[in-house]
Design a protein around this ligand. Structure first.
Ligand SMILES: Cc1cc2nc3c(=O)[nH]c(=O)nc-3n(C[C@H](O)[C@H](O)[C@H](O)COP(=O)(O)OP(=O)(O)OC[C@H]3O[C@@H](n4cnc5c(N)ncnc54)[C@H](O)[C@@H]3O)c2cc1C
Length: 304
């Protein structure tokens, strides 16, 4: 027989853990599943989170898990959710142990995938000297030689943040720049070098970036790189799409107030449903999705 839970949370990162906390505090019965692929795994410091600035990301997750221990309505499963399908007024979920669960509400908290560029050194330096966000990793490299790696319009969203951080800023488009003439002029006026040459490799000593080598043989000394993501974002699971949840042009689930997706009974939170990617904001949206689910469950209980 399939066991039953009011809520299934898919993903135990900041978003899923915070959703679980909201559910636990309201004595809701929830199963939190996590298959240990946290987004910030490559990093040894989690910054920009009040009371825990600079903590190791794994330690932050352990603390959040510990907070949940006293809520005995929250159960954990260490493994993957393989599928979720509609079943009656709820859902049927299958997990990697072979078990199945009957569920009333689903919270998608499974984050996004970072696509690694096929350039030698990129993967090794990801989260160490090649970063996705200056709020997370910027203060530590302020005043150094920095490059912004990416192409197209999105470069100019990140540019002001990095411009102020670097003493010497270079834009690397890794191929022909797809930007307007006036944007090229702006770079010139602000002494920001634009290099369109293809990148061959990143040289490093341990976790420290030393230089960028281009296909024409030239080298550029750099201490840090900010790499723009490629759009649309890929999510860590297709379960939302399989359920019919709509996404926006950037690949994020469309959510309304309190994380409600376009599919009844399905909520989303964290990186998979917002362009603002941080532990604090993922945790906040997890708390909102948890509250959204609590409201629906309790309204149904009282008014049904
Ligand atoms: C290198 C790096 C460093 C970062 N550093 C910082 C920082 O210092 N400060 C900061 O605020 N932000 C930082 N971020 C951003 C931050 O990590 C994310 O915004 C945050 O982790 C998003 O939380 P989330 O819960 O949405 O997703 P995630 O943290 O990605 O968690 C999703 C979880 O879902 C699980 N999962 C996925 N699919 C399934 C499935 N089918 N079944 C079961 N489980 C599943 C995964 O295993 C994973 O544990 C960093 C990001 C990167 C890439």
């Amino acid at each position: 027989m399939n066991s039953e839970h009011e809520v299934l949370i898919i993903g135990g990162g900041p978003a899923g853990l915070s959703a679980a906390l909201a559910l636990g505090r309201m004595s809701r019965n929830a199963l939190l599943c996590d298959d240990s692929r946290p987004r910030n795994a490559a990093s040894s410091h989690l910054n920009n989170f009040p009371t825990r600035d600079g903590i190791h990301p794994a330690e932050w997750r352990n603390l959040a898990r510990k907070d949940l221990e006293k809520y005995n309505t929250i159960r954990f499963f260490e493994g993957s959710v393989l599928s979720v399908v509609r079943s009656g007024s709820g859902f049927l979920a299958k997990v990697s142990s072979g078990e199945s669960f009957i569920i009333k509400k689903i919270i998608l908290a499974y984050g996004v995938v970072d696509k690694s560029l096929p350039i030698q050194g990129f993967q090794e330096l990801w989260g160490k000297s090649i970063f996705h966000c200056p709020y997370c990793h910027g203060f530590e490299v302020r005043g150094s030689k920095i490059a912004l790696l990416g192409n197209g319009e999105m470069l100019f969203h990140m540019l002001p943040l990095i411009y102020d951080l670097a003493t010497d800023l270079v834009v690397l488009t890794n191929g022909k720049a797809e930007i307007k003439e006036e944007q090229k002029d702006l770079l010139k006026r602000k002494n920001i070098r634009l290099i369109e040459e293809k990148i061959l490799s990143f040289a490093h000593e341990g976790e420290k970036l030393k230089s960028v080598t281009f296909e024409n043989g030239e080298e550029l000394e750099r201490e840090a790189i900010y790499a723009l993501p490629s759009f649309p974002f890929k999510l860590k699971s297709q379960i939302g799409e399989e359920l019919g949840c709509e996404k926006d042009q950037f690949g994020f689930y469309k959510v309304a107030e309190r994380g409600k997706t376009t599919i009844e009974g399905v909520f989303a939170c964290g990186d998979n449903s917002s362009p603002a990617h941080s532990v604090l904001l993922a945790a906040a949206s997890g708390g909102m999705a948890g509250a959204g689910v609590v409201h629906e469950l309790l309204n149904e209980k009282l008014f049904a």
